[in-house]
Design a protein around this ligand. Structure first.
Ligand code: PLP
Length: 384
Protein backbone atom coordinates (compact mmCIF):
# COMPACT_ATOMS: atom_id res chain seq x y z
CA UNK A 1 0.00 0.00 0.00
CA UNK A 2 1.33 3.45 -0.80
CA UNK A 3 0.39 6.58 1.11
CA UNK A 4 0.15 9.88 -0.73
CA UNK A 5 2.34 12.47 0.94
CA UNK A 6 2.86 16.21 0.65
CA UNK A 7 3.95 16.61 -2.97
CA UNK A 8 1.15 14.44 -4.26
CA UNK A 9 3.22 11.42 -5.28
CA UNK A 10 3.86 8.57 -2.88
CA UNK A 11 7.23 8.19 -1.16
CA UNK A 12 7.77 5.09 -3.28
CA UNK A 13 7.47 7.10 -6.51
CA UNK A 14 9.41 10.11 -5.28
CA UNK A 15 12.36 8.10 -4.06
CA UNK A 16 12.46 5.73 -7.06
CA UNK A 17 12.74 8.70 -9.42
CA UNK A 18 14.96 10.76 -7.09
CA UNK A 19 12.25 13.47 -7.30
CA UNK A 20 11.96 13.14 -11.11
CA UNK A 21 15.65 13.90 -11.49
CA UNK A 22 16.81 14.95 -14.98
CA UNK A 23 20.33 16.29 -15.49
CA UNK A 24 19.78 19.66 -17.22
CA UNK A 25 22.67 19.51 -19.78
CA UNK A 26 22.51 15.90 -21.03
CA UNK A 27 18.97 14.99 -19.91
CA UNK A 28 20.48 11.98 -18.13
CA UNK A 29 18.22 10.38 -15.55
CA UNK A 30 21.07 9.57 -13.18
CA UNK A 31 22.91 12.45 -11.51
CA UNK A 32 26.62 12.70 -12.26
CA UNK A 33 29.27 12.58 -9.55
CA UNK A 34 30.99 15.96 -9.19
CA UNK A 35 34.49 15.18 -7.93
CA UNK A 36 35.75 18.77 -7.89
CA UNK A 37 36.83 19.98 -4.46
CA UNK A 38 37.12 23.59 -5.61
CA UNK A 39 35.15 25.99 -7.84
CA UNK A 40 36.08 28.96 -10.05
CA UNK A 41 35.62 32.40 -8.53
CA UNK A 42 33.92 35.01 -10.75
CA UNK A 43 36.05 37.87 -12.16
CA UNK A 44 34.39 40.35 -9.82
CA UNK A 45 35.46 38.16 -6.85
CA UNK A 46 32.00 36.67 -6.24
CA UNK A 47 30.98 33.00 -6.14
CA UNK A 48 27.66 33.17 -7.97
CA UNK A 49 27.40 29.36 -8.28
CA UNK A 50 27.16 29.30 -4.50
CA UNK A 51 29.93 26.71 -4.47
CA UNK A 52 33.39 27.44 -3.08
CA UNK A 53 34.93 24.29 -1.62
CA UNK A 54 33.53 20.77 -1.20
CA UNK A 55 34.09 20.55 2.54
CA UNK A 56 31.20 23.02 2.71
CA UNK A 57 29.08 21.79 -0.18
CA UNK A 58 29.07 19.80 -3.40
CA UNK A 59 26.32 19.41 -6.03
CA UNK A 60 26.42 15.62 -5.65
CA UNK A 61 25.46 15.91 -1.98
CA UNK A 62 22.68 18.35 -2.79
CA UNK A 63 20.76 15.92 -5.02
CA UNK A 64 20.74 13.26 -2.30
CA UNK A 65 20.03 15.78 0.46
CA UNK A 66 17.01 17.11 -1.46
CA UNK A 67 15.57 13.62 -1.88
CA UNK A 68 16.10 12.86 1.79
CA UNK A 69 14.57 16.15 2.98
CA UNK A 70 11.57 15.48 0.74
CA UNK A 71 10.90 11.91 1.86
CA UNK A 72 11.36 12.86 5.55
CA UNK A 73 9.06 15.85 4.98
CA UNK A 74 11.74 18.18 6.32
CA UNK A 75 13.06 21.58 5.27
CA UNK A 76 16.68 20.60 4.54
CA UNK A 77 19.14 17.73 4.89
CA UNK A 78 22.89 17.25 5.22
CA UNK A 79 25.01 14.19 4.44
CA UNK A 80 27.89 13.12 6.66
CA UNK A 81 30.81 10.72 6.51
CA UNK A 82 29.01 8.28 8.85
CA UNK A 83 25.95 7.96 11.06
CA UNK A 84 28.16 8.69 14.08
CA UNK A 85 29.49 11.85 12.42
CA UNK A 86 25.89 12.99 11.83
CA UNK A 87 24.82 12.25 15.41
CA UNK A 88 27.89 13.78 17.04
CA UNK A 89 27.39 16.94 14.98
CA UNK A 90 24.01 17.52 16.65
CA UNK A 91 25.65 17.32 20.10
CA UNK A 92 28.55 19.52 19.01
CA UNK A 93 26.03 22.16 17.95
CA UNK A 94 24.98 22.37 21.62
CA UNK A 95 27.02 24.30 24.19
CA UNK A 96 29.01 23.08 27.21
CA UNK A 97 26.69 22.97 30.24
CA UNK A 98 23.60 22.07 28.21
CA UNK A 99 21.44 19.34 29.74
CA UNK A 100 20.63 16.46 27.38
CA UNK A 101 18.27 13.52 27.76
CA UNK A 102 19.26 10.37 25.87
CA UNK A 103 17.79 6.85 25.91
CA UNK A 104 19.04 4.04 28.12
CA UNK A 105 18.51 1.76 25.12
CA UNK A 106 20.22 3.21 22.08
CA UNK A 107 23.01 2.56 19.59
CA UNK A 108 25.78 1.61 22.01
CA UNK A 109 28.65 3.53 20.35
CA UNK A 110 26.73 6.80 20.55
CA UNK A 111 25.84 6.13 24.21
CA UNK A 112 29.57 5.57 24.84
CA UNK A 113 30.45 8.80 23.03
CA UNK A 114 27.93 10.76 25.10
CA UNK A 115 29.22 9.34 28.38
CA UNK A 116 32.89 9.92 27.51
CA UNK A 117 33.76 12.62 24.96
CA UNK A 118 30.35 14.32 25.10
CA UNK A 119 30.61 14.55 28.88
CA UNK A 120 34.28 15.66 28.76
CA UNK A 121 33.15 18.47 26.47
CA UNK A 122 30.72 19.66 29.15
CA UNK A 123 27.34 18.24 28.13
CA UNK A 124 25.22 17.10 31.09
CA UNK A 125 24.00 13.76 29.79
CA UNK A 126 21.14 11.99 31.54
CA UNK A 127 20.02 8.54 30.38
CA UNK A 128 16.26 8.00 30.59
CA UNK A 129 13.86 5.16 29.85
CA UNK A 130 12.41 6.74 26.70
CA UNK A 131 9.67 4.11 26.52
CA UNK A 132 8.24 5.76 29.66
CA UNK A 133 6.89 9.20 28.69
CA UNK A 134 6.29 10.09 32.37
CA UNK A 135 9.99 9.41 33.11
CA UNK A 136 10.90 11.84 30.31
CA UNK A 137 8.54 14.45 31.77
CA UNK A 138 10.22 14.10 35.18
CA UNK A 139 13.73 14.34 33.76
CA UNK A 140 13.16 17.50 31.68
CA UNK A 141 14.48 20.68 33.29
CA UNK A 142 12.71 23.70 31.81
CA UNK A 143 15.19 26.17 30.35
CA UNK A 144 18.16 23.83 30.94
CA UNK A 145 17.36 20.73 28.88
CA UNK A 146 18.32 21.72 25.35
CA UNK A 147 17.95 18.40 23.57
CA UNK A 148 16.01 15.16 23.89
CA UNK A 149 17.59 12.40 21.80
CA UNK A 150 15.30 9.55 20.81
CA UNK A 151 15.99 6.34 18.98
CA UNK A 152 12.84 4.44 18.07
CA UNK A 153 12.73 1.49 17.65
CA UNK A 154 15.77 1.52 20.00
CA UNK A 155 18.62 -0.77 19.04
CA UNK A 156 18.78 -3.66 20.02
CA UNK A 157 15.77 -4.15 22.38
CA UNK A 158 13.51 -2.28 19.91
CA UNK A 159 11.92 -0.16 22.66
CA UNK A 160 9.43 2.34 21.32
CA UNK A 161 9.29 6.02 22.34
CA UNK A 162 6.16 8.08 21.80
CA UNK A 163 7.61 10.74 19.49
CA UNK A 164 4.51 12.98 19.44
CA UNK A 165 3.98 13.05 23.21
CA UNK A 166 7.68 13.50 24.01
CA UNK A 167 7.94 16.36 21.48
CA UNK A 168 5.07 18.20 23.20
CA UNK A 169 6.72 17.85 26.62
CA UNK A 170 10.21 18.73 25.35
CA UNK A 171 9.04 21.79 23.44
CA UNK A 172 7.11 23.05 26.45
CA UNK A 173 10.38 22.84 28.42
CA UNK A 174 12.31 24.66 25.68
CA UNK A 175 14.17 21.58 24.39
CA UNK A 176 14.57 20.34 20.84
CA UNK A 177 13.95 16.72 19.89
CA UNK A 178 16.21 14.71 17.59
CA UNK A 179 15.22 11.20 16.50
CA UNK A 180 17.58 8.49 15.29
CA UNK A 181 15.21 6.97 12.74
CA UNK A 182 17.76 4.61 11.20
CA UNK A 183 15.70 1.49 11.88
CA UNK A 184 12.25 2.96 11.19
CA UNK A 185 13.25 4.74 7.97
CA UNK A 186 10.94 7.31 6.35
CA UNK A 187 9.05 4.42 4.79
CA UNK A 188 7.56 3.48 8.17
CA UNK A 189 7.76 6.61 10.31
CA UNK A 190 7.98 10.37 9.78
CA UNK A 191 9.29 11.95 13.02
CA UNK A 192 9.11 15.52 11.71
CA UNK A 193 5.40 15.14 11.00
CA UNK A 194 5.07 13.99 14.64
CA UNK A 195 6.83 17.11 15.93
CA UNK A 196 10.56 16.27 15.89
CA UNK A 197 13.09 19.00 15.08
CA UNK A 198 15.86 16.81 13.68
CA UNK A 199 15.92 13.33 12.16
CA UNK A 200 19.16 11.38 12.04
CA UNK A 201 20.09 8.35 9.96
CA UNK A 202 22.96 5.99 9.78
CA UNK A 203 22.62 5.97 5.98
CA UNK A 204 25.01 3.01 6.09
CA UNK A 205 21.93 0.93 6.92
CA UNK A 206 18.53 0.96 5.16
CA UNK A 207 18.94 4.18 3.16
CA UNK A 208 21.84 2.67 1.24
CA UNK A 209 20.79 -0.91 1.88
CA UNK A 210 23.73 -2.75 0.32
CA UNK A 211 26.39 -2.80 3.07
CA UNK A 212 28.92 -1.06 0.83
CA UNK A 213 29.25 2.52 2.08
CA UNK A 214 29.46 4.23 5.46
CA UNK A 215 27.30 7.36 5.50
CA UNK A 216 25.12 9.49 7.74
CA UNK A 217 22.45 12.13 7.38
CA UNK A 218 20.52 14.76 9.28
CA UNK A 219 17.20 16.29 8.26
CA UNK A 220 15.69 19.40 9.91
CA UNK A 221 12.11 20.49 10.36
CA UNK A 222 13.17 24.15 10.03
CA UNK A 223 16.21 25.95 8.67
CA UNK A 224 16.72 27.83 11.95
CA UNK A 225 19.69 28.98 14.03
CA UNK A 226 20.33 25.48 15.38
CA UNK A 227 20.41 24.06 11.84
CA UNK A 228 22.84 26.79 10.79
CA UNK A 229 25.08 25.78 13.69
CA UNK A 230 24.87 22.14 12.56
CA UNK A 231 25.83 23.23 9.04
CA UNK A 232 28.77 25.18 10.50
CA UNK A 233 29.97 22.15 12.50
CA UNK A 234 29.98 20.02 9.34
CA UNK A 235 31.72 22.70 7.30
CA UNK A 236 34.40 23.40 9.90
CA UNK A 237 34.85 19.83 11.13
CA UNK A 238 34.76 18.41 7.62
CA UNK A 239 32.92 15.13 8.28
CA UNK A 240 31.52 15.14 4.74
CA UNK A 241 30.76 12.16 2.53
CA UNK A 242 32.79 11.64 -0.65
CA UNK A 243 30.80 12.61 -3.78
CA UNK A 244 31.29 9.06 -5.11
CA UNK A 245 29.69 7.58 -1.99
CA UNK A 246 26.92 10.19 -2.09
CA UNK A 247 25.99 9.07 -5.59
CA UNK A 248 26.15 5.42 -4.59
CA UNK A 249 23.88 6.22 -1.64
CA UNK A 250 21.28 7.69 -3.99
CA UNK A 251 21.40 4.54 -6.11
CA UNK A 252 20.65 2.49 -3.00
CA UNK A 253 17.91 4.87 -1.84
CA UNK A 254 15.93 4.43 -5.04
CA UNK A 255 14.87 0.94 -3.90
CA UNK A 256 14.36 1.94 -0.26
CA UNK A 257 10.61 1.43 -0.16
CA UNK A 258 10.71 -2.04 -1.75
CA UNK A 259 13.50 -3.24 0.53
CA UNK A 260 12.01 -1.89 3.75
CA UNK A 261 8.55 -3.21 2.95
CA UNK A 262 9.94 -6.68 2.17
CA UNK A 263 12.21 -6.78 5.25
CA UNK A 264 9.34 -5.67 7.50
CA UNK A 265 6.95 -8.29 6.17
CA UNK A 266 9.54 -11.02 6.59
CA UNK A 267 10.53 -9.82 10.08
CA UNK A 268 6.89 -9.91 11.16
CA UNK A 269 6.51 -13.49 9.91
CA UNK A 270 9.75 -14.63 11.52
CA UNK A 271 8.93 -12.95 14.84
CA UNK A 272 5.55 -14.69 14.98
CA UNK A 273 7.03 -18.10 14.13
CA UNK A 274 9.92 -17.72 16.58
CA UNK A 275 7.44 -17.17 19.41
CA UNK A 276 6.21 -20.72 18.89
CA UNK A 277 9.66 -22.35 19.29
CA UNK A 278 10.06 -23.94 22.77
CA UNK A 279 13.76 -22.98 22.93
CA UNK A 280 12.93 -19.28 22.53
CA UNK A 281 12.33 -17.44 25.81
CA UNK A 282 11.37 -14.06 24.32
CA UNK A 283 10.99 -12.36 20.96
CA UNK A 284 11.49 -8.60 20.89
CA UNK A 285 9.68 -7.07 17.93
CA UNK A 286 7.37 -4.01 17.88
CA UNK A 287 5.00 -5.78 15.47
CA UNK A 288 4.01 -8.39 18.05
CA UNK A 289 0.80 -7.58 19.92
CA UNK A 290 2.47 -8.83 23.13
CA UNK A 291 5.40 -6.38 22.79
CA UNK A 292 5.18 -3.56 25.40
CA UNK A 293 5.61 -0.75 22.83
CA UNK A 294 3.23 -2.23 20.27
CA UNK A 295 0.35 0.23 20.76
CA UNK A 296 2.60 3.28 20.40
CA UNK A 297 4.42 1.71 17.44
CA UNK A 298 1.07 1.06 15.82
CA UNK A 299 0.15 4.72 16.29
CA UNK A 300 3.32 6.21 14.83
CA UNK A 301 4.56 3.63 12.31
CA UNK A 302 2.76 2.94 9.05
CA UNK A 303 2.98 -0.09 6.81
CA UNK A 304 5.11 -2.27 9.09
CA UNK A 305 7.35 -2.38 12.14
CA UNK A 306 10.75 -2.68 10.52
CA UNK A 307 13.24 -5.37 9.65
CA UNK A 308 14.96 -5.57 13.04
CA UNK A 309 14.15 -8.00 15.84
CA UNK A 310 15.90 -9.75 18.68
CA UNK A 311 15.45 -13.19 20.15
CA UNK A 312 16.37 -14.43 23.61
CA UNK A 313 17.45 -18.02 24.22
CA UNK A 314 18.24 -20.03 27.34
CA UNK A 315 21.63 -18.45 28.02
CA UNK A 316 24.65 -16.84 26.42
CA UNK A 317 26.29 -20.13 25.40
CA UNK A 318 23.14 -21.32 23.62
CA UNK A 319 22.81 -17.97 21.84
CA UNK A 320 26.43 -17.98 20.65
CA UNK A 321 26.10 -21.61 19.56
CA UNK A 322 22.90 -20.87 17.61
CA UNK A 323 24.55 -17.94 15.80
CA UNK A 324 27.43 -20.24 14.90
CA UNK A 325 25.10 -22.74 13.22
CA UNK A 326 23.14 -20.55 10.79
CA UNK A 327 23.95 -20.97 7.13
CA UNK A 328 21.93 -18.22 5.45
CA UNK A 329 22.11 -15.67 8.28
CA UNK A 330 25.57 -14.16 8.26
CA UNK A 331 27.33 -13.61 11.60
CA UNK A 332 28.24 -9.96 11.22
CA UNK A 333 27.61 -6.60 12.77
CA UNK A 334 25.53 -3.81 11.16
CA UNK A 335 22.00 -3.93 9.80
CA UNK A 336 19.66 -2.77 7.07
CA UNK A 337 21.30 -4.53 4.12
CA UNK A 338 19.69 -6.89 1.62
CA UNK A 339 21.42 -9.85 3.29
CA UNK A 340 20.23 -11.09 6.70
CA UNK A 341 22.63 -10.75 9.63
CA UNK A 342 22.74 -12.33 13.08
CA UNK A 343 24.75 -11.05 16.02
CA UNK A 344 25.33 -11.78 19.70
CA UNK A 345 25.13 -8.15 20.84
CA UNK A 346 26.52 -8.56 24.35
CA UNK A 347 29.84 -9.65 22.77
CA UNK A 348 29.95 -6.25 21.05
CA UNK A 349 28.48 -3.90 23.63
CA UNK A 350 30.38 -4.98 26.76
CA UNK A 351 29.33 -5.02 30.40
CA UNK A 352 27.82 -1.50 30.66
CA UNK A 353 25.16 -2.38 28.09
CA UNK A 354 21.50 -3.02 29.03
CA UNK A 355 21.51 -5.92 26.54
CA UNK A 356 21.04 -9.41 28.06
CA UNK A 357 23.76 -11.89 27.14
CA UNK A 358 21.25 -14.46 25.89
CA UNK A 359 20.12 -12.12 23.08
CA UNK A 360 20.70 -12.46 19.35
CA UNK A 361 19.97 -9.46 17.13
CA UNK A 362 18.54 -10.23 13.71
CA UNK A 363 18.66 -7.87 10.74
CA UNK A 364 16.19 -9.29 8.25
CA UNK A 365 17.15 -8.85 4.61
CA UNK A 366 15.13 -9.49 1.47
CA UNK A 367 15.70 -13.23 1.08
CA UNK A 368 12.87 -15.79 1.10
CA UNK A 369 11.06 -15.68 4.46
CA UNK A 370 10.54 -19.46 4.76
CA UNK A 371 14.18 -20.20 3.97
CA UNK A 372 15.32 -17.65 6.56
CA UNK A 373 13.06 -19.10 9.24
CA UNK A 374 14.03 -22.70 8.48
CA UNK A 375 17.71 -21.77 8.84
CA UNK A 376 17.10 -20.06 12.19
CA UNK A 377 14.97 -22.92 13.43
CA UNK A 378 17.62 -25.55 12.70
CA UNK A 379 20.35 -23.40 14.31
CA UNK A 380 18.31 -22.74 17.48
CA UNK A 381 17.21 -26.35 17.73
CA UNK A 382 20.73 -27.69 17.31
CA UNK A 383 22.05 -25.26 19.97
CA UNK A 384 19.37 -26.01 22.58
N1 PLP B 1 22.37 4.69 14.83
C1 PLP B 1 22.02 3.39 14.76
C2 PLP B 1 20.63 2.99 15.19
C3 PLP B 1 22.94 2.43 14.33
O1 PLP B 1 22.57 1.14 14.29
C4 PLP B 1 24.24 2.85 13.95
C5 PLP B 1 25.26 1.88 13.50
O2 PLP B 1 25.11 0.68 13.68
C6 PLP B 1 24.57 4.20 14.03
C7 PLP B 1 23.61 5.09 14.48
C8 PLP B 1 25.93 4.69 13.64
O3 PLP B 1 26.05 4.73 12.25
P1 PLP B 1 27.43 4.54 11.46
O4 PLP B 1 27.92 3.16 11.69
O5 PLP B 1 27.04 4.82 10.02
O6 PLP B 1 28.38 5.56 11.98
Amino acid sequence: MTVKRNSGYSLQTRVAQALSYVEPHTKGLVPPTYPSTTYLRDEDNEYRSGLVYSRADNPTYRVVENVLADIEEGADALLFASGMAAAVTVFQALRPGDHVLAPKVMYWALRNWLLTLGTDWGLRIELVDMADTQAVKKALIAGETKLVWLETPGNPLWTISDIGEICKLAHAAGAKVAVDSTCATPVLSLPIALGADIVMHSATKYLNGHSDIIAGALVCARDDEFWQRIRMVRKQGGAVLSPTDANQLLRGMRTLELRVRQSSQTAQKIAEKLQALPAVTEVLYPGLASFPGHAVANKQMHGGFGGMLSVRLKNSAVAIHAAAHTKLWKRATSLGGVESLIEHRASVEGTDSPVPDDLLRLSVGIEDADELFADLQQAITSAS
